[in-house]
Write a protein that binds this ligand. Sequence first.
Ligand code: GTP
Ligand code: MG
Length: 628
Amino acid sequence: MRRVKNIGYDDDDWGDDWGGGYSAAPKKNKPKAKSAAPKGAAKATAKSSAAPDAAPAKSKPAVKTSTLEELKLALKPADLSDSAVEKALIEHGSAVEDAFLALLAQAVESGSWVKSEPVVQEPAKEPQAENEEKSYPKKKAKEEKETNKCSEEKTMKEERADKCEKPNKSAAQVSGAPASAEVEAEQVSETAPTASVATDQRPCISLVVIGHVDAGKSTLMGHLLCLVGEVSSKQLHKFEKESKQIGKASFAYAWVLDEGDDERERGVTIDVCVKHFSTKSRRFTILDAPGHRDFVPNMVQGAVQADVALLVTDVSHFEAGFERGGQTKEHLQLVRALGISHVVIAINKLDTVDWSQDVYENIKSRVEAFVLGPDCGFKASSLTFVPLSGFTGENMLERKAEQLSWWNGPTLIEALDKIPLPVRPASSGPLRIPIADVYKSGANVVVSGKVESGSLSVGQKVLVLPSNEQAPVKSLQSGNQVVRSASVGDYLDSVIIALEPQFASIGGALCDPKHPLAVVDAFQAQILVFDVDVPIMRGQQFMCYLHVEALTATVAKLEKLIVKGKPQEKRPKCLQKGNIAIVQLRVNRKVCVEPKPKDGVPTSFGRLVLRDRGSTVAAGVVLAAATA
Ligand SMILES: Nc1nc2c(ncn2[C@@H]2O[C@H](COP(=O)(O)OP(=O)(O)OP(=O)(O)O)[C@@H](O)[C@H]2O)c(=O)[nH]1
Ligand SMILES: [Mg+2]
């Protein structure tokens, strides 16, 4: 276990905060005053709980009627019979939480929970007061999110300071989730399972934002989040005021994503920050990566979770970012090696060159030549260029400046909305989620990460690797909403699992207990060698980035060279730039891997990058999980 955050809940908090559903009754033995259940249902509960008092002569029921009714309400989509609920309550000695989880798991397994429609009532059919009551927890959570921001930031800053000192110490320091973990947990806990369920059918795309340091990535994304309404004007005003106070006024938009104290003081992104927004036809998870060369490992851990990339290039310092030593080319090569095939290229800071079309065309042609060339290998049809200014906001949501009248192409938001859906493993495949972050929540553990394959529902049992523990999922949150299930491609900000926190760790995985991932310390991989100063030899050590894990890898064997797609007979003695080879790698600790399927898309458990002394030397896929 490398890093677990305590977000300050204990079991009692969970019980109380789950609203009128399953948690109100167990501890206090009476229904909660403010229930998230529909009003009609609340009336029914009140009536039924009054009944036993009115009929004293009758024998006492085995379980409390009010508890039974409340459980039925919380599990309404599964349409359970009284006897089934009563049986579960008796079996669990009236422990309502346990009975709820058991029934939920049964319902999910039988398919009745997932298939049923969300139980959010038609607003038109509901009395006004009830609507207000139902929306209260969500509204309250949102308000709290705003007001709690400062205290959250404080905790985060301490975390960040720790991370900053040792940037490579943990595998995935994805920062968006930690920032809001406490509030997210509150949102989850305040909402009964039937009250707030995301029904957004738009596909979810993970977008990694890459480019050289100071290219304007965080400013562009921060400004975009403000324009689409994900950041309130109050919050932005706060960032403007505070950034001005420390002499970093130009970083106000970047502060939307650069949340750490050290990031704000230095004016650089260190950790990948995760945020969400939507366009007309897509939901996006932004992974804002750092551009500084010292933080390439963090960038890789963001890129490995992404479907598409947004490259930001700075027209005012283009050469520094593009030529040797700049990160533009390395980032492009890395995302390509990690399986990303579509890139939106933002030619940024055009305000600094008076919106010059010549400058735009010149930079576009140079980037295009590299991206389509042999070092990168993207297809022309997979590129979209957008001239803009992330600072002024020009050509992001709309085009206003007269100087940009020469541009007839898309705005940034139009380009993002038209991104083709990535080819992914089927949602019917086995569940796989790399654990990008872990927090402690009393006796539960909260993890975050992208669903790489399969799907996940509340109540479903998952296998947590490498600890090999099984536990049910208590709740899910994705894109700032409580959801009942998630599918391949969705980024889950929190998966609350009824499991002791020490059993989940960053770099581990959640998977289908019937189809577990292999956990190995050696594997066979096919790699493509990049621009290396010294040829790769047997016995050489590298940093190996495999999904969200960072490990030390030793080349145990150079097995075969592959020339024009054909494996050669003779074993290679060393590997040079451009070589494709099959090698055996031994890593310093057990890691979850999934070999690339013969005909299909590898998950991030099958993709790796090798780096040495600050440079990327190779990238590839896992072929077999066999130990050497
Ligand atoms: N004039 C102008 N300045 C910009 C623009 N976009 C960003 N900047 C400035 O560029 C500086 C760096 O911006 P950031 O957004 O932090 O850059 P970044 O690419 O996120 O940097 P790292 O994450 O550290 O790699 C800030 O001072 C911004 O105000 C732009 O469109 N025009
Ligand atoms: Mg940044």
